[in-house]
Design a protein. Structure first.
Length: 216
């Protein structure tokens, strides 16, 4: 009968459909993996604390600054790792989290899930950077970017503290920051170049915009 002759065709079409679905799933997974492993475009930070910075640097402990976009979901993992650093190195570092805030923004910019998460880190100071003026001074371009400065204002570290975009876990960046903080009281790093590690997060300020602002 005619309907019996259709059965093999239907099975063949089903196999093709499953194959297409698997190919799409695989392609989507590869795109996500590639996206997660792609760091943001960073600039070379100044070798010392900017003279015109409005943020306050500790002269007793090293100062760690994280620049963040309050609506970047990728940065939640960075804040988680920052909380881990604060716990392991409590009492030996001054932590500041600087959130980008556009001019004339409403309250939603200062009351996001990420901001509330950051506020739970003990003794971490929260600041809002109107129109990214501080980000430009420090040459920070990626949400989740961390800069660690010595008590004398020398840059020790510039980069991210996550292993990939939006994924918490041990990474070279986090391990290096902890190692620097643990040895800061006994090691003279005056002649050492700052450590650098990729930052996995969303764009905070375009590098060309920072360059233009610095050259004004």
């Amino acid at each position: 009968m005619f309907w019996k002759r259709l059965i093999p065709c239907r099975g063949f079409l089903s196999a093709i459909s499953v194959g297409i679905w698997l190919a799409l799933v695989f392609s989507g997974s590869m795109i996500l993996i590639h996206y997660a492993s792609q760091p943001g475009v960073m600039m070379d930070a100044a070798s010392s604390w900017p003279d015109n910075a409005q943020l306050t640097r500790s002269t007793i402990h090293p100062t760690l600054i994280m620049f963040a976009h309050p609506h970047c979901s990728c940065t939640r993992a960075s804040v988680d790792e920052l909380a881990s650093i604060a716990y392991e190195c409590q009492g030996s570092v001054d932590i500041q989290i600087v959130f980008f805030c556009p001019d004339q923004s409403d309250a939603s910019w200062q009351d996001t899930r990420l901001v509330r998460q950051a506020k739970r880190i003990p003794k971490a100071a929260i600041a809002f950077d109107c129109n990214a003026h501080e980000s430009q001074r420090f040459r920070a371009t990626i949400s989740g970017q961390v800069m660690l400065f010595s008590p004398t204002g020398k840059l020790w570290f510039n980069g991210g503290i996550t292993v990939s975009r939006g994924h918490a876990g041990e990474s070279y960046g986090k391990s290096e920051v902890i190692a620097l903080l643990r040895s800061s009281h006994q090691t003279n790093r005056g002649t050492n170049d700052p450590q650098r590690f990729p930052t996995f997060g969303c764009m905070l300020v375009a590098p060309e915009f920072v360059s233009e602002a610095l050259n004004r």
